[in-house]
Design a protein around this ligand. Structure first.
Ligand SMILES: [Zn+2]
Length: 232
């Protein structure tokens, strides 16, 4: 009894990392998820193989974008929800980096991002970022950048300090409200660039749409969008 407690204790010393999906100890080469959870429990969309996918269509008729994709389906109580919750509310940045890298590996398969010049994460409201200590989209963008070898520019697009309830507004009002939320800091350097806009989850797309419309005020830019999750 004592011996087995001791060996359990020791094994935790040597293998303290557990799979975020099934809580089993991770192998040395595994990160965040065990191979089994990575393969069978992450509902990948494979949207990078389909041009007019659900992510792309969510922006159709709203803002001109080149391509759009999401890594996996975000479902209630699903594994992706658990992972993104851990990232945002438990400060598990390794999860964000891991998901960014997973997205990167998918995009690399099809050369999806080959003509992208810079990655820009959707900025978080400054108060939220101060409270959380980080912007989850930045962490995801860095993981993605590691795999794609495309630089991340966190300062080009900023979110102005601005709070007003969105709930009583219609779509048009919300959008014009959102448009003033973002601003560009380096409009000359962005000219002619193909920008990949990155966020954690796509729901209505209002925030990404507002970001894209702001970015499009720079000369001759092209916008693509990639998110980790999509709420269908
Ligand atoms: Zn697992």
């Amino acid at each position: 009894m004592i011996l087995s407690n001791l060996t359990d204790g020791l094994s935790h010393l040597f293998y303290p990392r557990l799979c975020e999906g099934c809580n089993k100890p991770l192998l040395q080469e595994e990160e965040v998820l065990c191979l089994n959870c990575n393969i069978y429990n992450l509902p990948r969309t494979a949207y990078h193989h389909i041009h007019e996918n659900m992510t792309f269509m969510r922006f159709a008729g709203r803002v001109h974008i080149e391509k759009a994709t999401s890594f996996a389906y975000f479902t209630e109580n699903g594994l992706l929800q658990h992972l993104l919750h851990g990232l945002k509310y438990d400060g598990k940045k390794d999860i964000g980096n891991y998901l960014g890298k997973q997205l990167g590996h998918d995009l690399k398969q099809t050369k999806w991002a080959n003509n992208v010049d810079i990655i820009i994460p959707v900025p978080l409201h400054p108060d939220k970022e101060a409270k959380r200590g980080f912007n989850q989209a930045n962490i995801i963008a860095e993981g993605l950048s590691e795999i794609l070898n495309i630089p991340v520019e966190k300062e080009f697009l900023v979110r102005k300090r601005f709070t007003e309830s969105q709930t009583k507004k219609n779509r048009e009002e919300r959008l014009s409200n959102m448009k003033d939320v973002f601003a560009l800091t380096n409009i000359e350097k962005m000219a002619g660039k193909h920008i990949l806009l990155v966020d954690d989850v796509l729901t209505t797309g209002a925030t990404l749409e507002a970001c894209a419309l702001t970015l499009l005020t720079a000369k001759d830019v092209h916008i693509s969008i990639a998110t980790i999750g999509i709420v269908s």
